[in-house]
Ligand binder design. Structure first.
Ligand code: G3I
Length: 379
């Protein structure tokens, strides 16, 4: 009698547990689970998501992604606002979130000409600027040693023709600032993965410049683990062929290839603007903001097809690609609503303004599922 009561109670508990688990489950699959054997699936977090003000976004990040990048708060102007003062409050919270959720944490970015603190622009001599640049790297990497897995050590050092950009670092320290930055990062945290990150890296001239830059570091035995192709793309730019050539060319250098800031704009491109130079800004008008209320289905389908072809290519070269990071969680907070024209309504990501998965999301998941079916059929 006792054992049959025990059996009834146990069965009832199991049914209850099962139905609770079903309630908690929001989607059948996640980007990170579907691509777990291929590459990290990452996302950039804004301040709201780091502080928890955007709790829905934060939950979605935990559910879908296994790598995080800070969209803004680890940039020089926030982390190092005065020569002898660092502010790690938000960065600590960001890193804590990644550690709690067992994620690959990416530090973005150590040396970049943009979003610098004003005082850096006042530096006039090479020795002082080099001192502060190395101190910047050393202080930050010492704090996050063993916690942050990889760093965008140098960001956007190249012009479109592949020559070195006239940044404050280049103008004052000279081209050696790049190898100095990588060497300091490696000596402070030898375990961290170190990357060069830039936009338009699939365009031939700029790609050749990036390859020259990486080879020159390798020739000097400077540790560089990978190249971050930012991937601020459109429905047509760059072509799949250009992306594929780039994956192959960069992989020949023996380094990891990553797509680090993926988004696909669906809005008109003023004056055929390409890439992501943050200094380029234009005026808003109706022609330039054609979908202020919602995205027509025909364009949503094009976006989904574009993401599908991109992920088919990524999967084809998964042995060379270590991470794909989206530049934002959902369309609502994408930087592309404000660049290169402020106040537009853009739709570049996989989740919509209400945090719901878009057709593009299902296509990205579908690419992997289709490849598994094909593999099973051919066995
Ligand atoms: O923090 C201020 C806030 O106080 C103010 O109320 C608000 C009003 O506009 O502006 C806020 O600052 C903005 C900041 O993002 C944080 O939201 C800046 O105006 C805005 O210019 C800044 O834009 C960022 C941009 O980098 C600046 O360079 C974007 O969010 C960020 O997505 C973008 O990210 C870069 C990568 O780091 C490198 N690759 C290109 C990529 C896109 O430009």
């Amino acid at each position: 009698m006792k054992s049959s009561i025990f059996f009834v109670v146990l069965t009832f508990s199991l049914i209850l547990l099962h139905s609770c688990q079903q309630d908690e489950k929001t989607t059948e699959e996640s980007l990170k689970s579907v691509y777990k054997d291929n590459f990290h699936m990452g996302v950039a977090l804004n301040t709201r998501q780091i502080t928890g003000e955007d709790s829905i976004g934060r939950a979605l990040i935990k559910e879908q992604f296994n790598s995080i990048t800070a969209e803004n708060i680890m940039k020089w102007m926030y982390l190092h606002p005065e020569p002898d003062r660092f502010d790690f409050n938000l960065a600590d919270d960001f890193v804590e979130f990644g550690l709690e959720n067992n994620m690959y944490i990416l530090g973005h970015t150590l040396v970049w000409h943009s979003q610098l603190a004003d005082w850096v622009h006042e530096m006039k001599d090479s020795a002082s600027l080099a001192h502060y640049m190395l101190n910047h790297i050393d202080t930050i990497l010492s704090r996050y040693k063993g916690k942050v897995n990889g760093w965008d050590v140098v960001n956007e050092a190249l012009n479109e023709d592949g020559t070195l950009r006239n940044s404050v670092f280049y103008n004052i320290i000279g081209d050696k600032y790049i190898s100095m930055a990588f060497q300091k990062a490696h000596s402070t945290d030898p375990e961290a993965d170190l990357y060069y990150n830039d936009y338009n890296l699939c365009q031939e001239e700029k790609r050749n410049g990036a390859i020259r830059l990486i080879k020159s570091l390798q020739d000097k035995d400077v540790n560089i683990d990978g190249v971050g192709i930012q991937a601020h793309w459109s429905l047509v730019y760059p072509s799949i062929e250009e992306i594929e050539t780039s994956i192959l060319e960069y992989a020949k250098l023996g380094i990891e290839v990553m797509f680090t800031e993926l988004d696909v704009t669906v809005l008109p491109n003023p004056w055929d603007l390409e890439g992501a130079d943050v200094d380029q800004k234009f005026q808003n008008n109706e022609k330039m903001n054609p979908y202020p209320e919602s995205l027509p289905d025909s364009v949503d389908v094009k976006l989904a097809q574009r993401y599908e072809e991109i992920f088919e290519l990524f999967l084809k070269h998964e042995d060379k690609i270590s991470r794909v990071t989206f530049w934002g969680v959902n369309d609502r907070y994408s930087w592309l609503n404000n660049w290169p024209i402020r106040g537009r309504t853009n739709y570049p990501l996989l989740f919509d303004r209400d945090y719901e998965p878009k057709q593009a999301y299902y296509r990205v998941v579908g690419v992997k599922e289709d490849s598994q079916v094909e593999a099973e059929e051919s066995n």
